[in-house]
Design a protein around this ligand. Structure first.
Ligand SMILES: [Zn+2]
Length: 247
């Protein structure tokens, strides 16, 4: 593999099949510092390189005109804010091609509120760019089932980067706990996933440049939820304030 013989392997080893975040767990941290030469994890990287070669020789080769046009600039109509989760890939779920979705992914598809101190934030900067420069017509917040970020939100992770990030959605946790009558974990998880989407939409609406364009009808906001196991896609009905399945 030439220059790829040595690489920093970012895939945690010793995983138990869950995506639960356990700060301090050697299985979650040791792999971040190791260099490997040959292993199943190396095979994962080689899989990427093989995939790139296939892309280059097939998809890219067949769509050279499209990529030549895209090299001149982008004009996507859609901005999508979705989770980092490896199981929720917008381009696959919505069968979109390059240039169609301006995408931001972060833990639990959160949009923080604009802060008075004006501190730097990547997600807010991306929204500002998409709305003010690209002038997208739609912003979609895409949540999903089995979200590890939401699961962490429902647990205690004080003192960690994830814990601080998820404080953005503290109100969503409170609303979910209040709304979840049965107390069943799966129900609370799903309700909280919905509430996180609602929280992100509320925060986006408060951005001055968003408020102006939505008032003029030039920008629409949407909250969607994807079920990994069933493939079901739900959309937040703003009138009923509930998620309904898209047929
Ligand atoms: Zn997630």
């Amino acid at each position: 593999m030439g220059s790829f013989d040595r690489h920093v392997d970012l895939v945690p080893s010793g995983r138990d099949g869950t995506d639960e975040y356990r700060p301090g767990d050697p299985a979650c941290t040791s792999a971040l510092h190791g260099l490997t030469t040959a292993s199943p994890r190396q095979a994962a990287l080689e899989r990427l390189i093989d995939g790139y070669r296939s892309f280059r020789d097939n998809f890219f080769s067949r769509n050279r005109d499209t990529f030549a046009r895209l090299a001149q600039g982008q004009a996507p109509e859609i901005m999508m804010i979705s989770c980092c989760d490896s199981r929720v890939e917008p381009a696959i779920i919505f069968e979109t091609g390059p240039g169609e979705i301006f995408a931001v992914r972060n833990v639990a598809n959160l949009v923080p509120p604009l802060t008075p101190d004006g501190s730097a934030h990547g997600t807010i900067a991306a929204i500002e760019f998409a709305v003010c420069m690209l002038q997208v017509g739609h912003i979609v917040v895409l949540g999903h089932s089995c979200c590890g970020g939401v699961r962490a939100l429902l647990s205690a992770h004080e003192g960690t980067a994830i814990g601080r990030w998820l404080q953005t959605a503290a109100s969503a946790r409170s609303a979910a706990v209040g709304a979840s009558c049965s107390g069943a974990r799966a129900t609370l998880q799903r309700v909280c996933e919905y509430e996180v989407i609602r929280t992100s939409l509320v925060n986006i609406r408060e951005f001055p440049f968003v408020r102006e364009r939505t008032r003029l009808g030039r920008l629409s906001l949407h909250g969607w939820h994807f079920d990994i196991e069933t493939g079901e896609l739900q959309a937040l009905d703003p009138e009923a304030d509930e998620f309904v399945t898209l047929s």
